[in-house]
Design a protein around this ligand. Structure first.
Ligand SMILES: NC(=O)c1ccc[n+]([C@@H]2O[C@H](COP(=O)([O-])OP(=O)(O)OC[C@H]3O[C@@H](n4cnc5c(N)ncnc54)[C@H](OP(=O)(O)O)[C@@H]3O)[C@@H](O)[C@H]2O)c1
Length: 337
């Protein structure tokens, strides 16, 4: 890719695709352009295209995969379909940014990443939190040893979402871990630099549909370093996070998954996200601009993965999610293949 605008194709016309398209509009048009959108139904793609002033609308994902004018595809459909959708694009030699969770389990995640490698395309799981200025600042403080040795990470993410079938129904990828808890888990993994925990324990409550609802997870890492997080799809938590080291601490006030403020040893710094041009479905999602810009920078450098959210990071997340689900007894049909 030359130094021209990154040409995005949007796959699926749902809620998060809308927010992502709004976020792209907060970046300079000479850097980012949405050139096509695809949905399962052409009418949905056309409506989305009209709303976001996108030139090309397709009524199938296959047509987007064949479009030669796309540098990178944003995959925004629901996660039980990520495997099939991602393979379509990687096999068509398209670079991909895929919404989180990347897939239903480690087997699927590995298959996607293997395909990206085999086809020599860029691939990243859209763990957008990692690219917020707050997260960049956390990594800077940790790398400079400002906290001494980190000994504890605590995070929570809970909100009443029982009205959302996607959180409840197994076949839609239900379960609070993959939608909410993973944000706490990814913070723990980021702070402990991708290290595997020595042990992990999950205790929780599941719904009648067989998916997890409210869960407490504790993790122990080498050198007596700990983490704990809890998540819920039925309860409103405070939704903050704390990182405690031997010399200081960092608080990430609500909302820890899309943070606009950081308190380091009691001193607060704010990093507001830009105002949206259209109403958003989810809070602070103009902050998806940071991951989009990371993708652009990786493509300009010819990289096949981001160092901040690498393939190994996606595999670690998936492995830990599998283990948490195993302990809770949450089994998806995709686990039984
Ligand atoms: N980063 C974030 O903050 C964030 C926030 C919310 C969600 N997400 C993730 O983004 C993904 C989509 O979430 P969403 O809230 O945008 O979902 P959504 O609006 O309910 O659905 C998104 C798209 O998925 C496809 N889809 C929905 N139901 C389907 C079904 N039964 N069979 C086949 N395809 C189906 C549709 O694509 P078509 O338009 O092509 O028909 C739909 O437009 C999820 O994986 C979720 O975890 C991320």
């Amino acid at each position: 890719m030359s130094n021209m605008a990154t040409r995005w194709g949007i796959c699926s016309a749902g809620k998060i695709s809308h927010d992502f398209s709004v976020a792209l509009k907060t970046l300079p048009a000479e850097d980012h352009q949405v050139v096509a959108v695809a949905a399962r139904r052409l009418e949905d793609a056309q409506e989305f295209a009209n709303k976001h002033s996108i030139h090309q609308a397709y009524g199938s994902y296959e047509e987007l995969a064949r479009d030669p004018n796309i540098d990178v595809v944003y995959v925004g459909n629901i996660h039980p379909y990520h495997l099939k959708t991602c393979l379509l694009f990687t096999n068509a030699k398209k670079n991909v940014l895929c919404e989180k969770p990347l897939a239903m389990n480690t087997r699927e995640v590995t298959e996607i990443l293997d395909s990206a490698k085999k086809n020599n395309v860029f691939f990243m799981e859209a763990v957008w939190t990692r690219f917020f200025p707050v997260s960049v600042e956390i990594r800077r403080l940790l790398a400079q040893g400002e906290l001494g040795e980190v000994k504890m990470v605590r995070a929570e993410f809970g909100m009443p979402l029982m009205h959302r079938p996607r959180l409840i129904e197994k076949e839609l990828g239900g379960g609070a871990l993959l939608s909410l808890g993973m944000y706490c888990l990814q913070l723990v993994c980021m702070v402990y630099n991708g290290e595997k925990p020595e042990s992990i324990q999950a205790t929780g409550v599941c719904l009648e549909t067989g998916v997890d609802e409210t869960v407490v997870v504790t993790l122990k890492f080498s050198r007596d370093r700990m983490a704990m997080f809890h998540y819920s799809s039925s309860l409103q938590f405070l939704n903050d996070a704390v990182i405690v080291g031997t010399k200081g601490n960092i608080q990430v006030p609500s909302q820890m998954w899309c943070p606009t403020s950081i308190i380091v040893n009691g001193r607060e710094t704010r990093f507001p996200v830009p105002e949206p041009r259209l109403p958003l479905n989810f809070p602070n999602t103009t902050g998806m601009r940071y991951e989009a810009e990371e993708v652009r920078q990786c493509l300009l450098k010819g990289l096949k993965e981001s160092a901040v959210m690498s393939h190994a990071d996606s595999i670690l997340l998936a492995e830990l999610e599998d283990e948490i689900r195993r302990q809770l007894g949450v089994v998806y049909s995709q686990d039984c293949l």
